[in-house]
Ligand binder design. Structure first.
Ligand code: TYD
Length: 135
């Protein structure tokens, strides 16, 4: 599966760079929550879940990390290593974040508040849900 990166517009001048993200413009949903992951230990894999309805944009604003997405049929992996690129992660998509550089800061923009009920944490249940949707 090809994972397309979104290239955000950069506003650069001789002072440096700026990226601005607005809901329903660069971000294809209303942003209800922002969180970030940092100080991630080497060898760690995070995520390992899907969401029933949550949509997210992932941006590695510092350092680098790998993102693996799995739609139940196909998998793809992409390197996020600059602050002006992001990836869109729709609902019903298994995600794993891994190979974080020591200085990595992964920023996540989310379409909803934190709700444990929205998580699918069991990979077999995730696959079963996808099968049911396709049948
Ligand atoms: P976790 O779901 O394990 O993160 P990841 O998907 O990156 O592996 O979340 C770690 C902890 O943080 C867990 O106790 C739940 C809490 N948390 C919140 O309170 N709010 C949030 O928005 C998120 C994403 C996590």
């Amino acid at each position: 599966m090809e994972i397309r990166k979104i290239n955000f517009q950069r506003h650069g001048d001789d002072r440096g760079m700026l990226v601005a993200l607005e809901e329903n413009k660069e971000i294809p949903f209303k942003i209800k929550r922002v969180y970030y992951i940092y100080d991630t230990k080497k060898e760690v894999r995070r995520g390992l879940h899907a969401h029933k309805s949550l949509e997210q944009i992932l941006i590695c604003v510092h350092g680098s990390c790998m993102i693996t997405l799995d739609n139940g049929n196909e998998k793809g992996t992409v390197l996020l290593d600059n602050p002006y690129e992001g990836i869109y992660v729709p609902n019903n998509m298994w995600r794993e974040m891994h190979d974080f550089s020591e200085d990595a800061v992964l920023l996540v923009l989310a379409s909803d508040f934190y709700r444990e009920e929205d998580y699918i944490r069991d990979y077999n249940i995730f696959l079963k849900n996808i099968e049911e949707e396709n049948s």
